[in-house]
Unconditional design. Structure first.
Length: 163
């Protein structure tokens, strides 16, 4: 019974936080499109781009079209915390199955998932279950009480290898 009360408290807390705005910028760098949480010129003087709208989910019944590849380009330990961009992950949602992996590494976690309201329930605890905090067709922010915040953009991660 205590876990039900904790879940209800967490859900109501997240509902109160859902009105906050997190900026996402679509940038052109060396002819390639990148998505960032900082203005395009902040990291690369020669880059160009603009802030794009990421809609905040406010009500259940929203249809999430999450099938396909997503790049986890940043993560944070908590909402509003500093973002780490050094460990990208590829997510693939396909016909009720989700996989989660580091680009170019063979270790992959896979599990079954379902979406109920704004919650993605995953059968593999290593992947975790997530609230969809913000969603658009090209970007998504996921939160978890024990795994923090994940920032995803549509597509696979491109990892530049240093020679």
């Amino acid at each position: 019974m205590k876990s039900v009360a904790k879940f209800a408290l967490l859900a109501s807390s997240l509902t109160c936080l859902s009105n906050a705005h997190a900026a996402v910028y679509q940038c052109k760098v060396n002819g390639k499109t990148e998505y960032r949480d900082t203005p395009c010129s902040y990291q690369n003087a020669g880059s160009s781009g603009q802030e794009i709208e990421v809609k905040t989910t406010k009500k259940s019944g929203t249809v999430y079209k999450i099938a396909g590849n997503w790049c986890q380009y940043a993560k944070a330990d908590q909402r509003g915390g500093s973002r780490s961009m050094g460990d990208p992950k590829d997510w693939l949602f396909s016909q009720g199955t989700v996989s989660y992996s580091t680009p170019h590494v063979k270790d992959k976690q896979t599990g079954q998932y379902t979406i109920a309201s704004d919650f993605i329930q995953v059968s593999n605890a290593a992947i975790g279950s997530w609230f969809i905090e913000q969603y658009s067709s090209s970007a998504m922010t996921l939160t978890s009480s024990n795994q923090g915040v994940r920032y995803l953009k549509r597509g696979t991660c491109v990892v530049r290898q240093v020679s």
